[in-house]
Ligand binder design. Structure first.
Ligand SMILES: Cc1cc2nc3c(=O)[nH]c(=O)nc-3n(C[C@H](O)[C@H](O)[C@H](O)COP(=O)(O)OP(=O)(O)OC[C@H]3O[C@@H](n4cnc5c(N)ncnc54)[C@H](O)[C@@H]3O)c2cc1C
Length: 575
């Protein structure tokens, strides 16, 4: 339940000040560049002059909205209170500027800022910064990069952000951590099955009724919040905007993010809705090695986060968590998407980028253990739950191979259970590595037939090649056995194939449902104005790079559709 003081900003209670964090962020010239006089003069016309007296607050932790300030004279200090003590994170003066990436994510400020001496500054709102990015790209790049790098520094420092208290096997705690993780909200998770962590919590609250408990500094913010309560509190979601978007993008996996970047950068107003947060399946991947331009590989989380920031930079709007439950075409030709959270939003066109969900193993009791020992993704989040213990991975595709490789770095022995006789479905670069990895035991013609455990998985029962059933302890069962498109919520006028994947372009041109005198655009579905991209579209290779490109292709189709509707120039996407 939210606490009575919930409406107070995060920085409203300030404990005693402690010395700095022990490293000098100013040494990082990308995160903290110092503008020269010419650059300050270049920035000045975009904002307003302002001044602050000694100890006056420029902004507090928890303020929303907040602004960036270019310091012309005097010194400011940045204050962190998330550990429960007051810590001066950094002090800086003329030529430096305040702010971080949350100016663009539209979330509250993580830290506060006070004037150490009298301060003269230029105040820049997020929209003034955006204007500057467009008109002064070189200077704008300096600001943008610095905001991005400051967040990275914050994440590797002792900065704590929110603290989540809850047991390792508690599903509600895991769901909360997943929401924070997916949305890059800095947090620390303290497992309350550890005595020391329980004692820490008791110092703040003795009579905890339900978990997780979320605190900031010394203050408990929530006991067992719903996903919506937490999302609203963190400003992951605001009131659904009351405007008609050029394009509604359903899903923020690689295809939805790709669409958002291209739509926003080409001047379309775009709103992205996602049930959880940016990343999709890619966000649950520890390492993507076949994405062009990243020879050393990139984590799915990093790729998704950077693409998300890029889309924000160009002005795309995001509303998460927001699960779309229905889509309807109205008599005025506009589309209305309704969400499980009881919002609705209107757009001229729609890109469906809802991807796939991984198929569940049909084994009794397995559903109850989902999230508490049975997982459908393998990231650091799950890996830290399986440290040094035996784990089992089911599947014979790239996702299973990657999961086995990744988990082998943390877990004890990893069993890769393959129903068939080979790893032919895994890309050759990966299958070679899996076979050479001594910590991965490949068990062909083996299947899971049972699970053990009530609140958390304890063991698995495996049918071995000879038919005998063996029981083994496990810390985690990771399942990657094929996927089902998330297209159930769409109206019947959007035609799917027998497996539920959306038909588009030439596939719908000759269907009776296609009634337009023109041929459909490349990735247009049978409902004119609705487009599909990525894994949920029929016939697509299920790969990150393709999904991003498909999102971009869908934007070209949107342009064409809107161009025709408005009688404007369009781009030919049907060659
Ligand atoms: C473990 C794993 C490893 C992988 N490794 C690789 C790799 O190394 N290289 C590679 O190229 N590919 C890899 N893939 C495949 C790749 O991740 C996918 O092809 C890609 O993510 C597809 O992108 P997408 O945007 O189409 O769909 P998804 O990634 O599935 O994203 C769909 C998004 O839509 C949201 N959504 C669904 N329904 C709704 C709804 N009703 N309302 C609102 N939002 C909704 C979901 O929350 C999700 O965020 C891997 C996949 C997995 C699972």
């Amino acid at each position: 339940m939210p606490e009575s003081g919930e409406s107070q900003p995060l920085g409203a209670w300030l404990p005693q000040e402690k010395p700095g964090l022990g490293f000098g962020p100013l040494a990082d010239e990308v995160a903290f560049p110092r503008l020269n006089e010419a650059e300050i003069a270049e920035a000045a016309p975009f904002g307003e002059r302002c001044s602050f007296a000694v100890n006056q607050t420029l902004f507090s932790a928890g303020d929303y909205p907040f602004n960036s300030h270019v310091i012309i004279s005097g010194t400011v200090r940045i204050i962190d209170i998330s550990t429960g003590s007051r810590v001066v994170f950094v002090r800086y003066g003329a030529g430096y500027f305040t702010g971080d990436i949350d100016l663009f994510t539209r979330r509250p400020s993580m830290v506060g800022c006070e004037a150490e001496t009298p301060v003269e500054a230029i105040r820049l709102t997020p929209s003034q910064l955006r204007e500057m990015f467009t008109r002064k790209p070189v200077l704008g790049e300096k600001f943008w990069k610095s905001f991005q790098y400051r967040r990275r520094l914050l994440l590797v420092s002792t900065f704590r952000g929110l603290t989540v208290y809850g047991r390792k096997g508690d599903k509600a705690t895991l769901d909360t951590v997943e929401l924070l993780f997916r949305n890059s909200v800095p947090h620390d998770w303290l497992d309350t099955s550890v005595e020391e962590n329980r004692r820490k919590l008791e110092q703040m609250r003795e009579d905890v009724q339900s978990y997780p408990v979320i605190s900031h500094g010394n203050r408990v913010l929530f006991e067992a919040p719903t996903r919506s309560q937490l999302a609203d509190y963190l400003h992951l979601r605001r009131n659904m905007p009351d405007q008609t978007y050029d394009v509604l993008i359903l899903g923020a996996g690689p295809s939805g993010l790709g669409a958002a970047v291209y739509a926003a950068s080409e001047g379309l107003s775009a709103l992205v809705l996602d049930a959880l947060g940016p990343g999709g399946q890619a966000g649950s991947t520890s390492r993507i090695e076949n994405y062009a331009g990243f020879p050393d590989g990139v984590t799915g989380g990093d790729l998704a986060h950077l693409t998300y920031l890029q889309a924000l930079k160009f002005g795309a709007d995001f509303h998460v968590p927001s699960t779309v439950t229905s889509l309807e075409k109205r008599s005025n030709g506009l589309f209305r998407a309704r969400t499980m959270e009881r919002d609705y939003v209107v757009g001229r066109t729609v890109i469906v980028a809802t991807g796939v969900s991984y198929a569940l193993l049909d084994v009794e009791g397995l559903g109850d253990l989902q999230g508490v020992g049975v997982y459908y993704s393998a990231t650091v989040l799950e890996a830290r739950l399986c440290k040094s213990s035996a784990t089992h991975v089911v599947g014979a595709g790239n996702s299973a191979g990657q999961a086995a490789m990744f988990l082998s770095q943390f877990a004890g022995e990893v069993s890769l259970l393959v129903r068939g006789n080979d790893l032919r479905k895994i890309s050759s670069y990966l299958s070679g590595r899996v076979q050479a990895n001594k910590r991965v035991k490949i068990r062909y013609r083996s299947e899971i037939v049972g699970v053990e455990g009530r609140d958390h998985i304890l063991g698995v029962r495996i049918r071995e090649p000879g038919g005998e059933i063996v029981s083994e302890p496990t810390a985690g069962l990771f399942v990657f056995i094929g996927a089902k498109p998330r297209t159930d919520f769409l109206p019947p006028s959007i035609v799917r194939n027998d497996k539920g994947f959306l038909l588009t372009g030439n596939e719908v041109a000759h269907l009776p449902e296609w009634k337009e005198p023109r041929p459909p655009c490349n990735v247009e579905t049978s409902l004119p104005g609705v487009f599909a991209a990525g894994d949920c579209r029929s016939g697509t290779p299920k790969r990150v790079a393709f999904a991003i490109g498909d999102g971009a292709a869908a934007v070209t189709s949107v342009h064409n559709f809107l161009g025709r509707a408005l009688g404007q120039h369009s781009i030919d996407d049907r060659e």
